[in-house]
Every structure is written in structure tokens, then in C-alpha cells.
Design a protein around this ligand. Structure first.
Ligand SMILES: Cc1cc2nc3c(=O)[nH]c(=O)nc-3n(C[C@H](O)[C@H](O)[C@H](O)COP(=O)(O)O)c2cc1C
Length: 174
């Protein structure tokens, strides 16, 4: 798949009043990216259109979060998720993403749409970064990627069940 990903370790951010927007087709290929997306990710429009959204995937992101995202949106529901992304030059940026399916007149899903805002720093530092570190550690403990993802997915599901909440409610409460 992707070659070794270079990272600078430098976090970049965007304005509180800005929204990073992208749209994809059913397979997650980018069909639209707004100016804020292009600026922070460091790509031109031509470089991202038709590319898989994983073009900005950061290697620290646990796979199980993307499984939760895709399970939710492909079933026709919306999701909020904290995501760290990688810019073209190797910098990274955190977002709180809202991802929704887009429907046609017959309620068939025709693509997906995401709006992202600057996340709360305290929530990132106190809850999300430690949680994602644990999930990634669990995933990396397995030789087989899928087994690792499923084990971490079971962990996050158990955590949510122990709190008696769905993921969105969990996000809203931290
Ligand atoms: C509308 C939409 C927005 C997405 N936004 C991101 C994003 O900002 N960053 C990201 O890494 N993945 C995003 N994804 C998920 C990617 O499609 C992909 O599942 C993820 O990058 C993991 O890639 P991999 O399975 O190739 O490792 C988005 C998917 C959709 C449908």
C-alpha cells in the first residue's frame, strides 16, 4: 500500500470560525474539498480530487475508529469523530469531524459529506489522545492487521457498553 509515511511531529491548526469540508463518493474517493481543506492539508484541488480520503490518513489513527465510522455511515447514520490527519508535508492537525451520508430522492446513499471543526484541546489531551494511544497499542500487538482492529474495536465497544452510551453520546459527554 502506502510507502513509509514521513512525519514532522509539528501540529498545525485552523481558525475556530473555519470549517474543513470534503465530500466523497460511495468508496471514499474525494469529489469535493473546500479551500480550508486544501490549505491545511497542503494539497491542490487537482491533487486530491478522485483520490481516496486516506490520502490524509495519519499512521497514529487506530483502524477501529475508521471501522466505526464506515459501519455507521454506510448504515445511513451520521457520526462525530475525533481524527488526526497528516498534511502533505508531514505536519498533523486534529479535527472533530461530523460525517454524514448524502441521499437521493429514494433515500439511497449516493455519497458522503464531512464538516470538521477545531476540537477542544482539553478533550483531546485528557480523553482522546490517551484513548487512541491505547487502541493503537492493542492493534499493533497483533501480527494480523484485521485481528488487531477487531480486538481494539471490541475494546471500544466494551468501553461504550460499560458507560451505557452510543459513540456519539460518548463524544458529547467528554
Ligand atoms: C466523508 C468522509 C470523510 C473522511 N475523512 C477522513 C479524514 O479526514 N481523515 C482520514 O484519515 N480518513 C477519513 N475518512 C476515512 C477514509 O475513507 C479511510 O477509511 C481512512 O483514512 C482509513 O484508511 P485505510 O482504511 O486505507 O487505512 C473519511 C471518509 C469519508 C466517507
Amino acid at each position: 500500500m502506502t510507502a513509509a509515511v514521513s512525519l514532522t511531529g509539528k501540529e498545525v491548526t485552523f481558525g475556530e470560525d473555519e470549517i474543513i469540508v470534503s465530500k466523497t463518493d460511495l468508496k471514499g474517493r474525494i469529489t469535493y474539498a473546500n479551500d480550508v481543506f486544501l490549505r491545511i492539508a497542503g494539497y491542490t484541488e487537482a491533487e486530491v480530487l478522485d483520490q481516496p480520503h486516506s490520502i490524509i490518513r495519519h499512521p497514529d489513527m487506530p483502524r477501529c475508529v475508521f471501522k466505526l465510522l464506515w459501519d455507521t455511515i454506510s448504515a445511513g447514520s451520521e457520526i462525530f469523530a475525533y481524527v488526526v490527519n497528516r498534511s502533505k508535508n508531514g505536519d498533523h492537525y486534529w479535527v472533530l469531524a461530523h460525517v454524514t451520508p448524502s441521499f437521493d430522492a429514494n433515500r439511497s446513499i449516493i455519497g458522503y459529506h464531512s464538516n470538521r471543526r477545531v476540537p477542544d484541546r482539553q478533550v483531546l489531551d485528557s480523553a482522546i489522545i490517551p484513548l487512541y494511544r491505547e487502541l493503537k497499542k492493542k492493534e499493533d500487538a497483533f501480527d494480523n492487521r484485521k485481528d488487531g482492529m477487531n480486538a481494539a474495536f471490541a475494546d471500544i465497544t466494551a468501553l461504550l457498553q460499560s458507560k451505557g452510551v452510543a459513540y456519539d453520546e460518548f463524544i458529547a459527554t467528554i
